[in-house]
Design a protein around this ligand. Structure first.
Ligand code: ATP
Ligand code: MG
Ligand code: FE
Length: 355
């Protein structure tokens, strides 16, 4: 199976060709154009700018992905495109382009849920088998998912307010650090004292499994206001204290999920936690999660950074998984992009049924 994948749900314009051979899958090409510079001046992703940038770039990116893979459209078995969730302007650009290519080439279209792409990446990179846990921490999502099979997911936790990447971005903005906030907070924190500010660990110890980060953001603002004007030292200490609070809060939530997995799947003897999303690049957070996994007998699986952040190889791969499992939706050409599309509602399409 050989699939062309297209991803345009946020601020990356991406296309990729992935093939499944006799033995293992191969990423034949993986082209990603980041729009970070287009949005940097605004301190966040501007939907209208993102949509226009996708329109301008996508044709060329698709051509580059096919050329890099040394593949012609006629050698492709299907086109897979992100159909949600995400910014609707970008989704329309990607899905409509995919529909046009599918129609022109006479190939099937697969409308992929972006989160399913993240959820299945560890099977592309590490050949992981079901079931496993996924921690997705990005600019738009903070979730713990149980991945039971292709099209079979259960959301165990989500954020009740901000996403974790968003909390990093807002904290950076508040402190006058450049966008994207995650890398700048991490860089600045390296020189700081993580014990100086006792920021809250939202949700820690609570029975409800979810995340929350807005209280932490408020605590950072209050601390910063109280000691303004801020010296470089102050900013570094705030970043370090914030990062430690976040890691600690995250660790508490993930520990709960690991325990629940053990309870529900006592027979799985090599359980695994997979991380995905841009925040997974953070070394403090990674170290916390890795220790937690080791202590609890879980494998810690972190796919390469380029496949953890938004990319089209994961979308092409999700298409391969769906095709191989016989889960192609016969009505895909009528699929309307969905800005909201929870992963646990992604079910097996019943042939001939309406949606
Ligand atoms: P989506 O949420 O739809 O998947 P996104 O573009 O927001 O899309 P990613 O590209 O996966 O998600 O991740 C970007 C986020 O990751 C940003 O919020 C950024 O600040 C954060 N991030 C990147 N590097 C780090 C880091 N080293 N530490 C913490 N956060 C980071
Ligand atoms: Mg992004
Ligand atoms: Fe993503």
């Amino acid at each position: 199976i050989r699939i062309l994948g297209i991803e345009t749900s946020c601020d990356e314009t991406a296309a990729s060709v992935v093939a499944l051979g006799e033995d293992a899958p191969h990423i034949l090409s993986n082209v990603v154009l980041s729009q970070i510079e287009d949005h940097a001046a605004f301190g966040g992703v501007v939907p209208e700018i993102a949509a226009r940038a996708h329109v301008e770039a996508l044709d060329g990116i698709v051509e580059a992905a096919l050329a890099d893979a040394g593949t012609k459209l006629s050698d492709i078995d299907a086109i897979a495109a992100t159909a949600g969730p995400g910014l609707v302007g970008g989704l329309i650009v990607g899905l409509m382009t995919a529909k046009a290519i599918a129609a022109a080439a006479g190939k099937p279209l697969i409308a992929v849920n972006h989160l399913e792409g993240h959820a299945l990446t560890a099977r592309l990179t590490d050949g992981l088998s079901f079931p496993y846990l996924l921690l997705l921490v990005s600019g738009g999502h903070t979730q713990i998912l149980l991945v039971r099979g292709v099209g079979d997911y259960q959301r165990w936790a989500t954020t009740i307010d901000d996403a974790l990447g968003e909390a990093f971005d807002k904290t950076a903005k508040m402190l006058g650090l450049p966008y994207p906030g995650g890398p700048s907070v991490e860089r600045t924190a390296a020189a700081g004292d993580a014990t100086r500010f006792a920021f809250p660990r939202p949700m820690k110890g609570e029975a409800r499994p979810d995340f929350s980060f807005s209280g932490l953001k408020t605590a950072v603002r209050q601390a910063a206001t109280a000691i303004a004007p801020l010296s470089d030292r102050d900013v570094a200490d705030i970043c370090a204290s914030f990062q430690t609070a976040v890691s600690d809060a995250l660790g508490d939530r993930v520990a709960r999920a690991l325990a629940r997995f053990r309870e529900e799947y006592p027979a799985v003897d090599a359980p695994a936690l997979v991380v995905a999303g841009g925040v997974a690049a953070n070394k403090t957070i990674r170290a916390t999660l890795e220790t937690l996994c080791t202590d609890n007998g879980f494998a810690f699986v972190a796919p390469p950074h380029a496949l953890c952040t938004d990319n089209a190889a994961m979308i092409a791969w999700a298409g391969i998984e769906r095709m191989r499992a016989g889960l192609l939706d016969p009505d895909a050409m009528d699929f309307v992009p969905r800005s909201r599309w929870p992963l646990d509602s992604v079910s097996v399409p019943v042939v001939g049924s309406g949606r």
